[in-house]
Structures are given as C-alpha cells and as structure tokens.
Design a protein around this ligand. Structure first.
Ligand code: URA
Length: 437
C-alpha cells in the first residue's frame, strides 16, 4: 500500500477502505509516514469529506492506536459525558455528581483547556491537593465507592489523535466534521463507557459556529457511537453566550458548588440537569421524565453536592474549600468593566470572552504555560440584559495588573450594545440519540 495512492484516492473524492485508513493512522503514529503526506491527506479529507463508515474506521484506528481503560473493574453500567468545549462550561462538575448521587457509575477522563475553551482537569487542579493522575486500580476503587471520578486522560490513550491533532492545528485542517468527530470519539471509545452523552456546543464560543454544522458534527459522532455499539446522545446546546457567570478555574469551581447548592445560574443548572438526566436515561434507570425527576431531587436535596465533596476528598483534594468557598485563594487584583453605552446587550462574542480570560492567565497561550487558577472573569450582564452607561458588565481578576489592558480591550470588543433586546434564545437546540424519548 502506498500513501501516494491513498492521497490520490481521497483527492478524487473516493471513500477509503478500513485498511487504507489504518495504514495511514498506524504508519503516522509509528513515525513511518512523514508529516507532509499526512497533511496532504488531511487537507483532502477537509475538502472532500468522509462517509459515516470512513469516519467510524478512522475513529476505531485512533482508539486502537494506544491503551484502553479497563472499566471491567467498575461494577454496573458506566456512563460518560463530553463537551465539545466552551467558555464557562463547568457542567462536568455538576452533572457527574448528580448522576452518581442517583446510583450511576461515572468514570470520566477529562482534558485541559484548549485555545479559548477551559478544561475540567485545570478546574479540578485549582482545588488544593486534587490528584488528576492516579493508577487504574485506585481510579476504579474510587468510582466503585463514590460513584464518580474525574482524572486527566493519560497520553497513552489515543496517541494517534495527539499526533494528528498537532498537525491539524498547524495545517488549517481542524475544521472538518469527520476529523473532529473521529478525534473526540476516538478518545471516548478508548475510555469505553457503555453510555455517552455529548454536549455539542454551538455559537460564537464553540468550535462550530452555526447550528447547521453543529448538527452535522453531532450526527457524525452519534453515528460513530452507534456503529461502535454504544448508547449515545448528543445534546446541541447554546455557546453563543458563556455558560453561567464565572469564567476561569477556581471561579468556575465556586460557581459549580453554588449550583449544586441550588443557587446557581438558571442556564448552567438547566444544562447540567439535562446532561445528568440523559446519562440516567441511557443507562435505563427509568423513563426520561423519571430520570429528570431523579436528577432534580439529587440536586435539590443536596446529595449531589455531598457526592462532589466525597469525590474531591477521594482524589486527595481539600473538601473544606467546597464546604466554605470563601477559603479559595483569591486573585490579588480586580477590575470592574463598565458599560460604555446604554441599551441592551445585543450579543457577546463568546470566543473573545474566553480569550479575555486566557489573557488574564486563566488559560495557556503556549502548551508549556502555567495557569493562574485564581484568574478569570465574573459576568454581571449577559446577552439580553438592559444596561445603563457605567453599569458594571463584569469584574476581572488576576495577579498581574498589566494583564488588564489587553484583556479589558478583548472583553469590551466582545460586547455589542444595541437599542433593542435580542430575540430570546434557547439553551438546548436539539437532541440526536440512539434512544428515542
Ligand atoms: N476537540 C477534540 O478533541 N478534537 C477536535 O478535533 C476538536 C475538538
């Protein structure tokens, strides 16, 4: 088999066979195929697309390129959730303890922040002592005892994705639905849960900016899951505004705690409950209405909050911080951002808000950058809110006041103030699933 012929075939828009896909994935991971040939093939895939079968074959080749989790040590049906990435998205910290408090097992491997989007591993590491790397037996023991566990995904999982993603990042080949679907699902299948809920974000803060492309991505991922024998749902949810009001690692943990105590923002509460209810529903724990009631009860009765504390302590984290969030270390400096005009917040470019938080130190500009866990933004006005000139739109936090200049400019550029309120928007735009409601 020759890489030249595989590139030519895709250039002509033909479908590649399983063998051809495995040949390039394995050859590239092993270092036998050079970057320039894989770059040419990736660009041909971006331009010509892939069939559902090709996407599934690429996903499985990525999954099989490395280690897989052995979830057999965990009893019962296992569920997982994954967000395609957003700004202020702390739903894992809320939905997972809710599902665990209802009796489901949720072993989850999460990632770090990517570009303007935050990552659960970084948020958890803002809790003093939390170990995001533990051995497989310890992980299984914790999930068996507590019901849920979140750790960082080891680099031994899906190494093909790591290599291919790095190449896509520098060859303008990230924005391809089959490539994104295979990248995400390749990692999910390596974890191996029975039920998977995907939170596929849409809007200005998401990878997919339009509903049409988001639906296509959600469908591609559900198709891959179905072909791999999984129970899988994709919820298409709003990322045209940040989720909740907190952006930045410890600020987001504090907001997750407030939400689990019943005092969180409505958008974050709604989406977290929907994800938890979907996990329970896919695991056959009742009708959808029953699963929703169970999730609400676990949240309302404080059992989900207790689960989060139990999980954090099990991974060595300081549970006292969750019991009294006033004990979290705070940034040394804060700056109020005031409204320059009067009217309504017509739109927020959510990606720019993510970038503003990153510029404050809450994310990485280069892979090797360290994170300031206390840095970030608390929003006081969001899309649809009425504002007067001088009203506080947000407060920014960081430990180096020089960073406020660029972050403040980015923040203000994200806000559009208009004369009329924008039309109301939905939180959840759609559901694609192997299991009908
Ligand atoms: N997230 C991933 O893990 N992979 C992609 O290709 C895009 C987003």
């Amino acid at each position: 088999m020759r890489m030249y012929d595989i590139i030519t075939k895709k250039k002509r828009g033909e479908a590649l066979s399983d063998e051809e896909i495995r040949f390039f994935v394995n050859g590239y991971t092993a270092g036998d195929i050079p970057d320039y040939q894989v770059s040419a093939l990736l660009m041909a895939i971006v331009l010509k697309g892939m069939t559902a079968e090709e996407t599934a074959a690429l996903t499985l080749a990525i999954t099989d390129s490395g280690e897989k989790a052995d979830l057999s040590r965990i009893d019962g049906i296992k569920a997982d959730k994954h967000s395609t990435g957003g700004v202020g998205d702390k739903t894992t910290l809320i939905a997972i303890p809710i599902a665990a408090a209802c009796g489901l097992k949720v072993p989850k491997m999460s990632g770090r922040g990517l570009g303007h989007t935050g990552g659960t591993v970084d948020k958890l590491e803002s809790i003093t002592g939390y170990k995001t790397q533990v051995d497989a037996q310890t992980f299984a023991d914790i999930v068996n005892k507590v019901g849920c566990g979140v750790i960082g995904q080891s680099s031994d999982f899906a190494p093909a994705d790591k290599k291919i993603y790095a190449l896509r990042d520098v060859t303008a080949t990230v924005d391809s639905i089959p490539l994104i679907a295979a990248s995400i699902m390749g990692k999910k299948l390596a974890v191996g849960a029975d039920c998977i809920v995907l939170d596929v974000k849409t809007g200005s803060g998401a990878f997919c900016k339009t509903l049409e492309e988001t639906e296509a991505l959600a469908k591609a991922m559900v198709d891959v899951g179905r072909l791999a024998g999984k129970r899988i749902t994709a919820l298409i949810t709003d990322m045209d505004r940040p989720l909740g009001n907190a952006i930045g690692n410890s600020l987001e943990v504090i907001e997750a705690v407030e939400t689990l105590r019943g005092k969180g923002p409505a958008d974050l509460t709604e989406i977290s409950l929907a994800i938890a209810a979907e996990m329970l529903y896919l695991a056959d724990m009742g009708s959808y209405a029953e699963c929703e009631r169970m999730a609400r009860a676990a949240l309302g009765e404080g059992r989900a909050f207790d689960k989060l504390v139990e999980m954090v302590k099990a991974f060595g984290g300081d549970g006292e911080l969750l019991l009294d969030t006033g004990k979290f270390e705070r940034a040394k400096y804060c700056l109020e951002i005031k409204s320059p005009g009067v009217g309504y917040i017509a739109h927020t470019n959510t990606e720019r808000l993510g970038v503003a938080s990153l510029l404050l130190g809450a994310g990485r500009q280069k892979k090797e950058d360290s994170i300031d866990y206390t840095a970030g933004i608390t929003l006081y006005k969001k899309t649809g809110d009425a504002v007067k000139k001088g009203d506080i739109l947000a407060v920014m936090y960081c430990n180096n006041p020089d960073l406020f200049i660029a972050a403040g400019e980015e923040f203000l550029a994200a806000y559009t103030i208009g004369h009329n309120p924008p039309p109301p928007s939905k939180q959840i735009f759609g559901r694609i699933s192997t299991k009908p409601l």
